[in-house]
Design a protein around this ligand. Structure first.
Ligand code: GDP
Ligand code: MG
Length: 163
């Protein structure tokens, strides 16, 4: 069985961009508009000898007033349940949001192997800007730039190393 890696996070953090990097596949719709990718998408990736499956999720309703967990139940919880390891993507430039905290709390309670990934980190120094993400209580922050392909190889290695 190939390990399954789920990508979760609020809209527009770069999940689909990362999905495409990790799978060399165009299955997911990369949009300049938050929330366009509505469903889960599966892709296959390979790094060295190691093959894996990636699940992209449409994320959460941009309008959080209706309740994030309802949307999460439909889209993301299944993906997380199917996954061996979860990559929780946050936006290094936008910083932490209420939605990030909700997702972080959910994942922490679940106790499934999860890596916290700060995307859009190109050109950033590791220090100052990323320290706030430690508030989520999910441990170390892995800085990547999905758009520029930086840190993605190492991320996949760390994800597979969780298994
Ligand atoms: P999703 O909603 O989480 O799937 O996010 P998308 O993959 O659709 O990306 C949302 C926006 O962020 C798009 O405009 C992407 O081009 C942009 N984006 C994705 N990755 C990066 C990155 O590493 N750096 C920067 N600066 N922008 C990115
Ligand atoms: Mg998407």
């Amino acid at each position: 069985m190939k390990p399954v890696i789920a990508l979760v996070g609020r809209p527009n953090v770069g999940k689909s961009t990362l999905f495409n990097r990790m799978t060399k596949s165009r299955d997911a719709i990369v949009a300049d508009f938050a929330g366009l990718t509505r469903d889960r998408h599966y892709g296959q990736g390979k790094q060295g000898k190691h093959e894996y499956i990636v699940i992209d999720t449409g994320g959460f309703e941009p309008d959080a007033s209706k309740g994030i967990f309802k949307e999460m139940a439909k889209q993301t919880r299944q993906a997380v349940a199917e996954a061996d390891v979860v990559l929780f993507i946050v936006d290094a430039r936008a910083g932490l949001s209420a939605q990030d905290h909700e997702i972080g709390n959910y994942l922490r309670r679940l106790g499934k192997p999860a890596l916290l990934v700060a995307n859009k980190a190109e050109g950033m120094r590791e220090g100052a800007q990323l320290t706030e993400f430690y508030e989520l209580g999910l441990g170390d922050v892995v800085a990547v730039s999905a758009a520029h392909g930086q840190g993605v190889r190492s991320l996949v290695e760390q994800a597979l190393g969780q298994l």
